[in-house]
Design a protein around this ligand. Structure first.
Ligand code: AHR
Length: 500
């Protein structure tokens, strides 16, 4: 019989959720910047060209950190091109995405935009075509108060106060042969370590992300992690993971189980970190930065004009099935919140993104916007260590896939409890029981559900059929509630302490 249960107690925790797990990513790629977050002359744009309609959508999600400026782009980027008077900034061939980069938008514009959005930067440095010198100069430009060449240059560019950027990525996907300046693990480990040293000498308050593998299917996965960690362990704080899932073959049951692969990837990288920690007899813990993750396949093979400015590329239009997989990936990140401390859905606007815009026109929320919004808004607090029982099924690639994927987050500050649950079954409603061992006095607030849509249903500028609905809330009786989870559904059950 298909059924599932979760038993939780507020005392048993996986760990506290770092809000940076709900981060995102803006790359100089396609229409993410130009026509996305920035568009001079757009009816909603402010005097700096920041689209207010887009900011409004981003604020709904409450995005705490945004990675920038790439991605593959950063491995060929001269950051100096993007500062100072715009009329003096050069146009460049952008080799990662076969586009022309105008440099109209750069570091200072991004920092101004972050302030407007209420988010913080995760700034990446170029370790592809450049190295330690340019990286430490960028830290000096951004973070040093005044009185040196680079800090005074920033001041002369109209930014008296330092940007105080705390989080930095040491390059991007340096294990991939598509990357400008692709490196072996030894080459990368050495240059990342030297770069980290110089960046920290410039500002010792910063935190650094070392590049892990581009995905867990890379031939060098595992060996890459242990080698680069061995070479740079003491000078970094995080190692990155990137994971995109696709459904090109249309095997929906298999696609819906993909979260399992992310769970395994996370577990393996934690093991690599802890192996090197043990080998070095170190007291320093390396955490995980899953700084690119999402579904990505709809736009593969789309054509565009080479060397055009801000071409419409990687503009995946997400369907309801994708929203369920994104929900499951969010649960995977939360499940190991004790070690996953940063994560960035890739990306934020237009480019494989929850938010879409028309250049000169509307903006709207894609299907995947909603699970991301729910996790960010209601997934803050402590993830509880649950006892879970669920019937299972097998798919083409995965065995023992739980029919119900679930997780609970307790927010003691707000006295709130949220239970997330996904029913992966294609046709059956499945009874799901939650046993609340010590949540006396908690009353239901709402049950948000996304279900009943065609798996291929999408949201567009003119219609948004895939939006969450609020349903009748289950009652807690005898410290438990049971609810029939609709087939193919994303569910958020919210409770708040009202008595006791
Ligand atoms: O997010 C799109 C691209 O995917 C990034 O530029 C790169 O890092 C990854 O391969």
């Amino acid at each position: 019989m298909k059924k599932a249960s979760m038993t939780i107690c507020s005392l048993y925790k996986v760990g506290d959720v770092d809000k940076n797990i709900f981060g995102s990513f803006i790359e100089h790629l396609g229409r993410a910047v130009y026509g996305g977050i920035y568009e001079k002359g757009h009816p909603t744009a402010d005097s700096r060209g920041f689209r207010r309609d887009v900011i409004h959508l981003i604020k709904q999600i409450d995005v705490p950190i945004v990675r920038y400026p790439g991605g593959n782009f950063v491995s060929g980027y001269n950051w100096e091109d993007g500062v100072g008077p715009v009329k003096h900034r050069p146009y460049r061939l952008e080799l990662a995405w076969d586009s022309t980069e105008t440099n109209e938008f750069g570091t200072n514009e991004f920092m101004d935009w972050c302030k407007e959005v209420g988010t913080l930067p995760l700034m990446a440095v170029n370790l592809g075509t450049r190295g330690p010198d340019e990286a430490r100069n960028l830290v000096e430009y951004c973070n040093h108060p005044a009185g040196t060449y680079w800090s005074d240059l920033r001041i002369s560019h109209g930014h008296k106060e330092p940007h105080a950027i705390k989080h930095w990525c040491l390059g991007n996907e340096m294990d991939g042969n598509w990357q400008m300046g692709h490196k072996t693990p030894v080459e990368y480990g050495l240059i990342a370590n030297e770069t980290a040293k110089l960046m920290r000498m410039t500002d010792n308050s910063i935190e650094l992300v070392l590049c892990g593998s581009s995905n867990s299917n890379m031939r060098t996965f595992g060996e890459w992690e242990t080698t680069v960690l061995d070479l740079a362990y003491d000078n970094v704080d995080y190692i990155s993971l990137h994971q995109y899932f696709g459904n090109a073959d249309g095997d929906i049951r298999n696609f819906l189980a993909k979260g399992i692969e992310l769970d395994r990837y996370i577990e393996t990288v934690i093991a690599c970190c802890d192996y090197i920690c043990g080998k070095k007899h170190s007291k320093h813990t390396i955490n995980l930065s899953v700084d690119e993750w999402n579904v990505w396949y709809h736009s593969h093979g789309a054509k565009f004009e080479k060397w055009s400015k801000a071409p419409s590329i990687l503009e995946d239009v997400y369907n309801f099935a994708d929203a369920l997989v994104v929900g499951s990936m969010l649960l995977s990140l939360l499940r190991r919140c004790d070690r996953v401390k940063i994560a960035c859905i890739a990306q934020l606007v237009n480019v494989i993104a929850p938010i879409m815009t028309e250049t000169g026109g509307k903006s709207w929320a894609q299907t995947i916007f909603y699970p991301y919004l729910h996790a960010s808004r209601f997934g803050r607090g402590s993830v509880l260590l649950p006892v879970i029982e669920s019937s299972t099924h097998n798919t083409r690639e995965y065995t023992d896939v739980p029919d119900i994927d679930s997780l609970a987050v307790h927010n003691p500050e707000k006295d709130e409890l949220t239970v997330f649950a996904i029913n992966r079954d294609l046709s059956d409603a499945i009874p799901f029981t939650v046993n609340l061992l010590d949540f006396t006095g908690y009353s239901p607030i709402e049950h948000i559900e996304m279900s009943g849509y065609d798996l291929n249903a999408v949201n567009t500028a003119i219609s948004a059929p895939v939006t969450p609905k609020t349903k009748k809330v289950p009652y807690i009786e005898d410290d438990a509630f049971t609810v029939n989870l609709s087939p193919l559904s994303w569910n958020v059950f919210r409770f708040r302490k009202t008595s006791g």
